[in-house]
Each structure stands twice: as C-alpha cells, then as structure tokens.
Design a protein around this ligand. Structure first.
Ligand code: KDG
Ligand code: MG
Length: 403
C-alpha cells in the first residue's frame, strides 16, 4: 500500500489567491488537491494544517472512501465550506495519487469517458449590450458553443459579472469588500433586452446562459424567467439565494426557463429537496467546495435519477487543480450538462502546468496519469498571499442586499 508519509499546504497568489494541498507517499508518488475558498483562504489552510494533515500520516493513500468518511464523520462538526474544502483537497490529491500509481488518467478510474469532450461556457460581458455582444461574437469565433451573457445595468456602476478586462474577470479585487449598488427594478427592466438583442445578432444555435447571482426573490425570479422564455436560455443561474430550497417551487410554477443553482453548496444535503422535487435542471456544485470527486459522484448519481444534469462552477477562484478534477468527473458521468470555463491568467497557468486542453468549444482533461495538473512550487513561492475580498451590494436606500 502507498503510505502517506507527509502533507503540506502551498498558498500562492499569481494574480489571485490559491491554497493547494500536496500529499506525499512512501512510494515517492505525490498528489495535489485544491483547497481555495475565495476571500477565506487562510481559514482552510489552517484547518488542513492544524486538523487534517496530522490525521493523514501513516494512512493507506488508496483508501479514498474510508479517508473521506473518516474526515467527514470524524470531525463531528459536519459540512460547511471550510471543512468541505479541506476534505475536497485531500480527496482530489488521493485520486491524483491513485491515477499516477495505476498509470491512468482519473476519468478512467471513474468508469471511463462517456463523451469525446466537455462542453464549456465562456463569459461574455460589457458595460453596454453592444459591447457584451461584441465579446460574445469573439467567443463564438473561438469555437465556444455556450456563452454566458452579463451586461451593465444602466445607472448602476459595478454590475455583477461586468469586468474591465474583457477576457478575464476577477471580482475578489480589494483588501476590504468594495461596495456596489443594486436596483432590482432596473435590472429586471434591462435584462430581457440583452437577450432579445443577443438572439437577433448571434442567431439560434448558440447556448446562452445568464447568472442572476442570488439577487431576486422567488416571485421576481419567476417574472424574469418568464420574460426570458422567448430567447430560450440554456439556464438562468442562482436566481434567488437557495438556503430555502422550497422557494424554488414558486419560480418553477411561473417559468419554463431552465434553472441552475449550487455553486456555493457544500454537500448533497444543500440540494436534496431541489433535486428530489425536480425544482432545478442543473446542479452547479463543484469538486473543491463540495467534498471532492468522491462526494460529487454521489451527488451526480442522485441528480441523474431526477433528470438533473451537472454544470460545475468553474470561476477563476477554483484553481487549475479543481478544473482538472472537474473535467475528469464531467467526462465520466452520464448526466453531464456543461462546464463553466472562466480562463485563468497566464501567471496562474504557469504556476499550475496542466494537461487539459481547449478545442472547438470543449475541454478535455488529457491522458496524463492522475489529474494531469501539477504545481511549480518555486514559482508559487514568488507570489505571496495577498488578502482580497469579494464585493458587497447595497440597495439604493443603503440596506444590504445579496452580492
Ligand atoms: O467566488 C465567487 C465567484 O466564484 C462567483 O461570484 C462566480 O458566480 C460566479 C460564477 O458563476 O462563476
Ligand atoms: Mg454564478
């Protein structure tokens, strides 16, 4: 058995913060896992260093499920983003080790490929509809089959999803949370016009997506979904905060626009009702924030029974290690829907050399043994941690809203 002899965390900031766990075995094989929790990176780093790494030493690295259960049940305090990101990092690193020892890419260990590649969606955005659609056309030229559209709401600066840099978007960009303003009325008035113009300019073949980013009440979301129906969206994402899963019934009663939710979910328990009652169409939980590949596999199998497909979160705060893990998972499950692909900067890609490649609107994890993603520790050490928070949103009267 490959015995775990050491493990350490690596924190680096090549443009944004990432926490990576590296597990070493007595056979000389190591594995890596992503443990990044945007804006709370040191909390997961401490959880791993103080509470997880000491428990790993001496264990059989091949016992992925048992180690998962040990960390989940053994903590007594179950779930939550910090705990689940830490467990996820161990899980990814162990799948990486198993693949390297077997000489197989992880997707082969998960049952093999169900498709030739993983359809991804890119992020087109702009201050105006015209600018957004210019960017969308640029994505289409690069072969993307699915594109998320976000545009500035007139009269509101700092709209979610609108970036200054057209190819990269990094919302966690300040030492303390930046304050943005929000008006539901203005947003609901301006958004359908974006999709009307998009269908006119881009045609009917592209899949179009939109992220509401937790801003609406259920009845407002029902209204938006209804207004967007003529433009046949692939999905409307995070229409309302989802702590109250039953509230999605109201949205469902009012619209046939497909619904996606779950990028902040940590476990199957956050979406049990949503899936069981078929209140959503796509579940967006991903490897790093929902307990790794092992837990995502269970979640996807449960979702498959209820006609729910996957759409893993893939923003820049999920490191290339998480992207690698997601792609092996995406390739191997029957009910894959789409994968978000918000490209990392060249600095990040240099710190995390990877085997995954993009072509014709699809990503493929590659056939390197394990996850096919590595970390250049010398380069990583050149980018020290820098505190960076996501913004907050206030309504026009100054009260707090959901960002
Ligand atoms: O850390 C928060 C971001 O990952 C999130 O705001 C991005 O909503 C997002 C998305 O759909 O990618
Ligand atoms: Mg989102």
């Amino acid at each position: 058995m490959p015995k775990i002899i050491a493990a350490k965390t690596i924190v680096t900031c090549p443009g944004r913060n990432f926490v990576t766990l590296k597990i070493m075995t007595d056979e000389g094989v190591y594995g890596i896992g992503d443990a990044t929790l945007n804006g709370r990176e040191p909390a997961v780093e401490a959880y791993l260093s103080e509470h997880v790494i000491p428990c790993l030493i001496g264990r059989d690295a091949h016992q992925i499920e048992d180690i998962w259960q040990y960390l989940y049940r053994g903590a007594y305090w179950r779930r939550g983003p910090v705990t689940m990101a830490a467990i996820a990092a161990v899980d990814m690193a162990l799948w990486d080790i198993k693949g390297k020892i077997a000489g197989l890419p992880v997707y082969q260990l998960l049952g093999g490929a169900c498709r030739t590649g993983v359809m991804v969606y890119g992020h087109a955005n702009g201050e105006t509809i015209e600018e957004t659609l210019d960017n969308a056309a640029h994505y289409a030229e690069q072969g993307y089959k699915a594109i998320r559209l976000q545009t500035g709401v007139p009269g509101m600066s700092g709209t979610y999803g609108v970036s200054k840099d057209k190819m990269f978007y990094e919302p966690a960009d300040s030492d303390l949370p930046k304050e943005t303003i929000w008006s539901t009325e203005r947003y609901l008035r301006s958004t359908p016009a974006l999709f009307e113009a998009a269908r006119l300019r881009l045609g009917d073949d592209l899949h179009l997506l939109h992220d509401v980013h937790h801003r609406l009440t259920p009845i407002e979301a029902g209204r938006l979904g209804k207004d967007l129906e003529p433009y046949r969206l692939f999905w409307m994402e995070d229409a309302t905060p989802a702590e109250n899963q039953a509230s999605f019934r109201i949205i469902r009663q009012h619209t046939t626009t497909p619904l996606a939710v779950g990028e902040i979910f940590n476990s199957i328990w956050d979406c049990k009702q949503l899936i069981e009652e078929q209140l959503i169409d796509y579940i967006r939980a991903t490897a790093v924030h929902a307990g790794g590949i092992t837990h995502l596999k269970k979640l996807a199998a449960f979702a498959d029974l209820h006609h729910v497909r996957t759409g893993c979160h893939g923003a820049t705060d999920l490191s290339p290690v998480c992207m690698g893990a997601a792609l092996h998972f995406d390739l191997s499950i029957p009910n894959f829907g789409v994968q978000e692909y918000m490209r990392h900067t060249p600095e990040t890609d240099a710190v995390f050399p990877h085997a995954y490649t993009f072509s014709d609107g699809m990503l493929h994890p590659g056939d390197a043994p394990g996850l096919g993603v590595d970390i250049d520790e010398d380069l990583a050490a050149k980018y020290p941690y820098k505190r960076a928070y996501l913004p907050i949103a206030r309504r026009l009267d100054g009260s707090m809203h959901d960002w």
